[in-house]
Ligand binder design. Structure first.
Ligand code: DAH
Length: 360
């Protein structure tokens, strides 16, 4: 009898011959195909039953010698097919168990779903205001320079025309280093002016943003750590008009074209003449509120024409060059821009405050 065709045919045949005690090959095939595994134990059960040397398929191979010679080839072919089916299935089950799925649950994992929400941070308002100031001044040719926060007396005071023991030094409550009175935490970014002039030749147009330190009690209006931006412009024939035009340009860009500006005479050791710059309060629009102390004006900067003594200290000839400088507080700028009424908010790291700047 010639064996051909499907396993079904084979199994029927064997069931009716001397191999009727043998497991039904068709059933085995069915069983392999339907097998599900979601654990290592189930995987092992499959391996023992269908893959190991003592598996049912192994037993079928053992029966080979009982098969009549003319049927051996076809019988061998079919149990080989069964063996391949079992091995392929085994690999499939290993992959499924490793992935933690038994095949049926696959649909429950939707790989196309977006991942869970991870909150994004935002820039600190001082960073935002710093970048905005730099952007505005870069439109009129200012670059950015930086200096150290731990500064020597020369750059923080002496070269800026604060003579030793001069009462003007008391204007800024300084943190000195106990062991070396020549070293202090810089009290203003004006120290960077000197460093730039010492290292560069005019024309100079530079902006120096940075952190400054003063020995002040912390309150809603004062802090021992805050930020300033220094501006310095040195060239031939620079006059107070250039200072005014530069400030007008900046204020209109920063606070809008309706903002009013006024210069008030003042005193700083490093500028002559000196002026403080006020803008109309953009919180009350000039009508008066507690931020502007009901004056309608808020101070945003100190400024003036660079004192000839300062130019000389930094090896620039005051007969050939003149210049202006200004220094403004970044916190003050941010408070006005976003109506923030307490300086402490900038350093408290309260997420409820900080996350309001996300969209900026
Ligand atoms: N350094 C001054 C301060 O911290 C601010 C200042 C005033 C800077 C006038 C200047 C200036 O460049 O010209 O109070």
């Amino acid at each position: 009898m010639k064996l051909k065709g499907s396993l079904k045919y084979i199994s029927n045949y064997f069931c009716t011959t001397q191999f009727s005690s043998m497991a039904d090959i068709d059933n085995l095939k069915e069983e392999i195909q339907q097998f599900k595994a979601s654990s290592q134990e189930q995987l092992e059960a499959f391996r023992i039953k269908f893959i190991s040397r003592k598996s049912v398929i192994g037993a079928l191979f053992g029966k080979m010698k009982e098969v009549p010679n003319e049927e051996k080839k076809a019988f061998g072919q079919h149990i080989n097919e069964l063996k391949n089916l079992a091995q392929n299935k085994f690999q499939e089950l290993i992959t499924q168990v490793d992935a933690g799925s038994d095949g049926e649950n696959e649909s429950k994992v939707d790989l196309t779903l977006p991942s869970s929400f991870a909150p994004l941070g935002s820039s600190h308002p001082i960073t935002i205001i710093r970048n905005e100031i730099i952007d505005i001044f870069s439109k009129i040719g200012f670059n950015v320079s930086e200096g150290p926060e731990i500064e020597d007396d020369w750059h923080n005071f002496t070269a800026l025309n604060f003579p030793p023991n001069h009462p003007a030094r008391e204007m800024q409550d300084t943190f000195f280093i106990e062991k070396n009175p020549d070293i202090a935490l810089r009290t203003h970014t004006s120290s960077v002016q000197i460093r730039v002039m010492e290292n560069e030749k005019p024309p100079i147009r530079t902006l120096s943003p940075g952190r400054v330190f003063r020995n002040e009690a912390i309150s809603a209006r004062a802090h021992c750590i805050f930020h300033q931006v220094e501006g310095l412009f040195i060239d031939k024939n620079v006059s107070f008009v250039d200072l005014k035009q530069t400030i007008y340009f900046f204020v209109k860009e920063m606070f809008g074209s309706n903002t009013k500006i006024r210069f008030r005479p003042s005193y700083f050791p490093f500028t002559e003449p000196s002026a403080e710059i006020d803008i109309s309060c953009n919180i009350c629009g000039g009508s008066g509120c507690n931020i502007c102390k009901y004056s309608g004006w808020v101070e945003i900067a100190g400024s003036g024409m660079v004192d000839p003594n300062v130019l000389t200290s930094a090896n620039i000839d005051p007969e050939e060059y003149t210049g202006f400088a200004f220094g403004m507080g970044m916190e003050r700028m941010a408070m006005l821009k976003w109506q923030i009424n307490d300086l402490r908010l900038f350093t408290e790291n309260d997420v409820r405050f900080l996350e309001q700047f996300k969209s900026l």
